[in-house]
Design a protein around this ligand. Structure first.
Ligand SMILES: Cc1ncc(C[n+]2csc(CCOP(=O)(O)OP(=O)(O)O)c2C)c(N)n1
Ligand SMILES: [Mg+2]
Length: 323
């Protein structure tokens, strides 16, 4: 493996962080604690961790990430503070957007996180704007734009790929094809078998890869990032994956049980663990220690979010009224 040990260990730890964060958020949500009283939906990223982690491991702090409604994993992988993420999910004043954004709008300019989005496909033109700004200002920043298979069939996808190719914008498009948009299978909405193939229509490289293989994701994104930092323009990468939970926790599961089980057996985390153990990068004892560190971090985040105040009515006025 040509990735250094520190980065590999960091990638594994971030995958645990996302997994355990989502499990904790789910538990709290189900216990009725989100935003005080279940306001909004919660979209779990469990099963897709390899994509956010593999991709963000190729980025610098000031590179941009454009996220989606399923964005906790992107925020964590880009270096987000889980205390502030959990507080935001719970609508607390200490959250990233002072509790105004919630789960689908995690934003932190300091780490290049340009926000999630409740509007499917709306992130793509935002990524174009961010990429254009770095090209115009001649910074070497890259924008990674995550979106789902459902978003890939919005008009914004085609408009954004066209202009990104034409202007050779420094953007990497990452389609997380988890095979469904809510309950609709991708095969019923996407005319060609693969989203990645559509790249040829815009004259850019397109890849279709196993999105549950974190090393493959990072190697593929690394190449795309290199290409774009040297002014050669965008790449489209389709990562095949699967979400373990229903679309969100107010939607009933409709997918076949056997299909869910089949994908759970392809869990990206033990797969990466095994690889690192085989290569003697980490041992079982270190893995256990790492997991308990992450659990402690999660406990601290839960305590922080729980003890944080909800925003007061007075501060709401500050946000919506001109001074
Ligand atoms: C423009 C728009 N249309 C419909 C919706 C309702 N909606 C929310 S998530 C979603 C499915 C998105 O699927 P996909 O892009 O594959 O992402 P995934 O949920 O699988 O991660 C839909 C249709 C929306 N939020 N915005
Ligand atoms: Mg999908």
């Amino acid at each position: 493996m040509d990735i250094n040990r520190e980065r590999l260990i960091g990638m594994l730890k971030t995958m645990y962080k996302i997994r355990l964060f989502e499990e904790r958020a789910k538990k709290l949500y189900k216990a009725g604690m989100m935003a005080g009283n279940f306001l909004g939906a919660l979209h779990s990223y469990i099963g897709q961790e390899a994509i956010a982690v593999g991709a963000c491991s190729c980025l610098k702090k000031d590179d941009y990430v454009v996220s989606t409604h399923r964005g906790h994993g992107h925020a964590i992988a880009k270096g987000g503070d889980i205390k502030r993420i959990l507080a935001e999910l719970q609508g607390k004043e200490t959250g990233y957007s002072r509790g105004r954004g919630g789960s689908m709008h995690l934003f932190d300019l300091k780490i290049g996180l340009l926000g999630g989005n409740g509007i499917v496909g709306a992130g793509l033109p935002i990524a174009i704007g961010a990429a254009f700004s770095s090209q115009y200002k001649k910074t070497s920043q890259v924008t990674v734009c995550f979106f789902g298979d459902g978003a890939a069939t919005q008009g914004t996808f085609h408009e954004s790929l066209n202009i990104a190719s034409l202007w050779k914008l420094p953007v990497v498009f990452i389609c997380e094809n988890n095979l469904y948009a809510v309950t609709t299978p991708a095969s019923e909405t996407i005319a060609t078998p693969n989203v990645g193939e559509r790249a040829s229509a815009y004259g850019i490289p397109g890849k279709v890869i196993d999105g549950n293989d974190v090393l493959l994701v990072s190697a593929t994104v690394e190449e795309a990032v290199k290409r774009t930092r040297t002014g050669k323009g965008p790449t489209l990468i389709e990562c095949r994956t699967y979400r373990w939970d229903p679309h969100c926790f107010v939607i009933t599961e409709t997918r076949p049980k056997e299909e869910i089980e089949e994908w759970k057996a392809k869990d990206p985390i033990p797969r990466f663990e095994r690889k690192l153990v085989e290569e003697k990068i980490i041992n079982q004892e270190e893995i256990e220690r790492m997991k308990s560190e992450v659990i402690k971090e999660m406990d601290a985040a839960e305590k922080f979010a729980q003890e944080s105040p909800l925003p007061s009515v007075e501060t709401f006025k500050e946000e919506v009224c001109a001074k």
